[in-house]
Design a protein around this ligand. Structure first.
Ligand SMILES: C[S@@+](CC[C@H](N)C(=O)[O-])C[C@H]1O[C@@H](n2cnc3c(N)ncnc32)[C@H](O)[C@@H]1O
Length: 284
């Protein structure tokens, strides 16, 4: 399906006019791909999609949810979790409390990965977890903590790599049973997180385009992984400013494997791989 730049602009301006959502600063390439998918799934064209959006507020909400990508997994990119386990989280072990924000948490697997890791390294009780997303449906799934087993069988492999194995010492192995953190019911095809994990996080709707720090606290750690990849340079910078202002000095922002801070904000952080530490003193 061919979608013109004009079609995209019309779509974005309609959504902006009739809702609180603003996709003007999303990266054009992936936005175009998503819009093409919606049109082909609905066997529709841009004009009929727009008139349906104008007639029905619920349909508008559905389209907004369809346009964003929610792919995620437990311990996604285990290398990042190794860095969190051995290099980032230990920095905060003497804090009285540790505040963590998962921005763009999708269906919650990243949040459960963090909770499991915190429990393994003895930091669970002193940590406060806040998790946000634009899409309220994914937040509802996150709160329930129930996932398809067969579809997500790779989760167990990731769990083993991060929780059982030690990449810095191949001889060390912690035989942590899955049942400590989730139940697997093969007949129901489910993985269900344990209730002590469900109770900990505070989930809230938050739009990185327009909302400020809604929690009115500072954070030691912010994870925003595989979210800004969908934003253009302007919006990325705006979001980096928000995170900068929301972190304690020496607090850490963790981005996705293919994301990086470029431009004016780069000098405000000390980069260590995908981890960006807020600098103590700025020289400008
Ligand atoms: C690909 S998922 C990433 C999930 C998880 N962080 C991970 O890395 O596995 C991207 C998430 O960003 C959310 N998102 C997109 N635009 C957003 C916005 N403006 N504000 C907050 N969340 C947004 C989407 O709803 C989606 O759940």
């Amino acid at each position: 399906m061919i979608i013109s730049d004009q079609d995209i602009q019309l779509f974005i301006s309609t959504i902006k006019k009739f809702s609180d959502y603003d996709f003007s600063d999303y990266s054009e390439k992936s936005f175009k791909r998503r819009l093409a998918k919606i049109l082909s799934d609905d066997k529709s064209n841009i004009n009929s999609l727009i008139s349906a959006i104008l007639k029905n507020k619920e349909f508008l909400e559905k389209v907004v949810k369809d346009i964003t990508v929610n792919t995620t997994e437990l311990f996604r990119d285990p290398e990042t979790w190794h860095i969190l386990r051995y290099q980032i989280l230990p920095r905060y072990k003497n804090n009285n409390a540790i505040n963590i924000w998962h921005a763009g948490c999708s269906t919650g697997q990243e949040v459960y990965s963090m909770l499991i890791l915190l429990n393994e390294i003895g930091l669970f009780d002193k940590t406060n977890i806040y998790a946000t997303d634009l899409n309220v449906d994914v937040l509802e799934t996150a709160k329930k903590g129930v996932y398809k087993y067969l579809f997500n069988i790779g989760y167990l492999d990731n769990f083993d790599k991060v929780i059982k194995e030690n990449p810095f010492n191949y001889e060390s192995y912690n035989d942590v049973p899955y049942s400590k953190y989730f139940g697997i019911d093969k007949s129901k095809d489910t993985i269900k997180m344990k209730s002590f994990l469900l109770q900990k996080p505070v989930y809230k709707k938050h739009d990185l385009v327009r909302d400020d720090n809604i929690f009115s606290i500072k954070f030691d750690l912010i994870l925003c992984r595989n979210v800004i990849i969908y934003f253009n340079y302007n919006l990325q910078n705006k979001v980096f400013n928000l995170f900068y202002n929301s972190l304690y000095t020496k607090g850490c922002l963790v981005l996705g494997m293919h994301e990086t801070i470029l431009g004016q904000n780069a000098s405000k952080f000390e980069k260590k791989g995908q981890a960006y530490f807020k600098k103590e003193f700025l020289s400008f």
